[in-house]
Design a protein around this ligand. Structure first.
Ligand code: ATP
Ligand code: MG
Length: 385
């Protein structure tokens, strides 16, 4: 049973959100075998159709689906109290075997069931105490909460609750374009915006031969790791070498980084316009490096024609790293390959660049033809669920 959190609070649009969530779950678990998916009262029921279905794997995928707040593993039993006890007691072994305290929560949606909810709680509690005499009841802070729900079709008995990804379903908030480097921060930024329902495609700037094929492969690996959370990702690879060389040859070194970032944004603007992305996402965090001081961020921002979302802006590296570990991108991100940002890095970048000066420095060279050429030569790869 996938329980949803925030969607349950949606008003008129609730149905649309629920449909989208069901679709997102379906696409994720199709690789785990055949499942029947139904929904009822803020719960999505996912039942294996046959023995071939890999339930563990399906649970793992559902847990990673944004919009799902918790996954509750349940036994589907006949609506007969004696049967619930008979089949249910061995089923609860996994959850109760190592617990010390428990409580029972019952919910009777089918009012034809002869026992009312408090009675189910009492009787089932007694049966559990008999089957597992080492347990005691604790209604305030139990180790395990056993849930018994009497629905129209069946009774559902469960005790294992897994906290899931939370958030709202990807696709419910439009699509944005992520500036994806090979670092720790930008994959985490993707995860955080996908959590708010945004579909994420990614753009990466590479400067061969200064950056290697292996560096690109690492970024592609990150895309693959983000797919379970973000869904399908279209990945744009921009050839950035000529632009960086022109920058090196024509602009003052101290402005190199900030101008480079503005050029990245200008290319991203074009992609947003041409492919209907509504926002830009980056992994910037204030004060991390010279290009991420408030003033440098301000100069970068002025180049943007779309809202720039920076979900990790106020986070410490440590906090970002924790998320990267949790979602499984960290080990890939720390592989030591160069990024185009580290090519021609100035010795003394301006940490307090002034926009007018940056614009003047940038105007010394006409980047437009090179931007056109880079866009014309973008390579596209699709990463699919
Ligand atoms: P990260 O850990 O994400 O690489 P960082 O601390 O290395 O971040 P920068 O290199 O200054 O910081 O990059 C800041 C942001 O700019 C990145 O989070 C990413 O969104 C974007 N970015 C940097 N390099 C690239 C690149 N080669 N292609 C696409 N986006 C990039
Ligand atoms: Mg980086």
């Amino acid at each position: 049973m996938a329980k949803y959190g925030e969607i349950a609070l949606k008003g008129l649009n609730k149905n649309t959100f629920e449909d989208l969530l069901v679709r997102n779950i379906k696409r994720r678990i199709k690789r785990c075998g055949e499942f029947k998916i139904t929904r009822n009262q803020s719960t999505i029921y996912i039942a294996p159709e046959n023995d071939g279905a890999d339930i563990e794997k399906a649970i793992d995928w559902v847990t990673k689906t944004f919009g799902v707040a918790a996954v509750q593993r349940a036994a589907v039993l006949p609506k007969d109290f004696d049967e619930i006890v008979k089949q249910g007691m061995p089923y609860l072994e996994e959850a109760l075997g190592n617990a010390k305290t428990f409580k029972v929560e019952a919910k009777r949606s089918d009012k034809r069931f002869p026992l009312r909810s408090p009675e189910i709680q009492q009787e089932l509690g007694a049966a559990i105490l008999e089957a597992y005499p080492h347990l005691t009841v604790d209604v305030h802070e139990p180790d395990v909460t056993v849930k018994c729900e009497i629905r129209d079709s069946n009774a559902y008995l469960s005790a294992l609750r897994i906290i899931a990804a939370g958030g709202i379903p990807v696709g419910s908030s439009g699509t944005a374009l992520l500036l994806l480097s090979g670092g720790i921060d930008s994959p985490v930024a993707a995860y955080m915006m996908a959590k708010r329902g945004i579909g994420v495609d990614a753009i990466h700037f590479q400067s061969p031969p200064y950056t290697s094929e292996r560096a690109l492969m690492k970024v592609e690996e990150l895309c693959e790791e983000l797919v379970p959370y973000c869904g399908d990702i279209r990945f744009y690879i921009v050839p950035f070498t000529e632009i960086q060389e022109a920058l090196r040859d024509n602009c003052p070194e101290e402005y190199f980084t900030v101008i480079m970032r503005r050029l990245m944004i200008k290319i991203t603007n074009r992609m947003c316009r041409d492919h209907d992305y509504k926002a830009i996402i980056t992994g910037e965090s204030v004060g991390q490096v010279a290009s991420q001081t408030i003033m440098a961020l301000g100069c970068t921002d002025k180049a943007a024609e779309y809202p720039v979302f920076r979900p990790v802006i106020g986070m410490d590296k440590k906090e970002i790293t924790e998320i990267a570990r949790k979602i499984g991108t960290f080990e890939t991100s720390i592989q030591p390959y160069e990024d185009c940002c580290t090519v021609f890095t100035p010795k003394h970048p301006r940490t307090k660049p002034v926009l007018a000066e940056v614009e003047a420095a940038e105007a010394r060279f006409d980047f437009e033809p090179l931007i056109e050429k880079a866009i014309a030569n973008i390579e596209i790869k699709d990463f699919k669920l």
